[in-house]
Design a protein around this ligand. Structure first.
Ligand SMILES: NC(=O)c1ccc[n+]([C@@H]2O[C@H](COP(=O)([O-])OP(=O)(O)OC[C@H]3O[C@@H](n4cnc5c(N)ncnc54)[C@H](O)[C@@H]3O)[C@@H](O)[C@H]2O)c1
Length: 271
């Protein structure tokens, strides 16, 4: 019997969206089809469609959710906020990349759980989410995240302008932010998905976040320290940027592709 392919819809045709679309087109073609794509810049949708064999329809968010079974948000926190509402309205599974939206909408996540709607957050740019998830059932005392970025990775962040923090000609590392996860997401929405993912995986625990601008580093470095009754974890991840967006790590793309692979495989490795 021929299996019906899952129709996937993609919101956001940027650095992550493009690579994920190509992966679906090439690696998942027996089980899924990229049915629809949507970007607020229509030329980006057209450029991506031209690179794909599946020739997805270009549509708005509402139609994307109406027509597809599994949706992927790889756009922005605002887009993810609307995508979550649409997932609930149309009872569709959703993979969210702009993780701050999940922290801001915990009530919608509770509703999704009640309605049996699957909401996925890939591990993204970090490792160890499996361990944090396991410890969410144990006794976590503290979670700390130190993120170091090259100064150009923080260009355009409003918080830094408001605080008159000038990163031009920086010679040594500088602590530009210290605070809890909610504040980190508010002030650094595009830079700190990692903190939000850690917090959610830990069962909505706070994460003590420090962000450093460091002219001596070429990549985004995340140092994660977890103190729990059952174990202590220290992880350092040194991420190379993706080829199309220096703010996005190549690992975040691979992690999303791997999540898709896991969803469509009957053998699932790792918790
Ligand atoms: N979870 C993680 O670890 C992780 C890692 C990196 C990036 N991200 C997040 O994933 C998202 C995508 O990252 P990217 O590197 O692909 O970004 P990108 O800027 O390369 O691409 C985003 C695309 O989405 C489109 N877009 C933005 N808002 C939209 C809206 N409201 N409706 C429709 N289209 C919209 C843009 O036009 C752009 O083409 C960002 O929010 C980013 O912060 C998450």
């Amino acid at each position: 019997m021929k299996m019906k392919k899952t129709k996937i819809g993609l919101l956001g045709c940027g650095a992550i969206g493009e690579e994920v679309a190509l992966f679906i087109d090439n690696q998942l073609k027996n089980k899924a089809v990229l049915h629809g794509i949507c970007d607020r810049e229509e030329e980006k949708s057209h450029a991506l469609k031209n690179k794909l064999k599946s020739k997805p329809v270009i549509c708005d968010m509402e139609n994307l959710f109406k027509e597809c079974d599994l949706l992927i948000e790889a756009a922005s926190i605002e887009a993810a906020n609307s995508a979550l509402k649409n997932a609930l309205k149309h009872k569709k599974s959703l993979i969210v990349l702009s993780i701050g939206a999940l922290l801001n909408n915990r009530n919608l996540l509770d509703l999704a759980d009640k309605k049996n709607i699957n909401i996925y957050a890939p591990s993204g740019a970090i490792c160890g989410i499996d361990g944090v998830g396991a410890l969410s059932l144990g006794n976590i005392k503290t979670i700390a995240l130190k993120t170091s970025k090259p100064p150009q990775g923080l260009v355009g962040v409003n918080y830094l302008k408001q605080k008159n923090i000038n990163l031009l000609n920086l010679k040594n590392e500088m602590l530009v932010f210290q605070g809890g996860v909610s504040e980190a997401i508010k002030y650094f929405p595009q830079n700190i998905n990692v903190a939000a993912t850690l917090s959610l995986a830990a069962g909505n625990k706070n994460v003590q976040v420090q962000i450093y601008a460091d002219p001596k580093v070429k990549t985004n470095i995340h140092q994660i320290t977890i103190d729990a009754q059952e174990t202590n974890i220290s992880i350092t991840v040194k991420n190379a940027p993706s080829k199309n967006n220096p703010k996005t790590s190549a690992m975040a793309i691979l992690s999303t592709q791997n999540l898709l692979k896991k969803i469509f495989s009957s053998v699932k490795i790792g918790s």
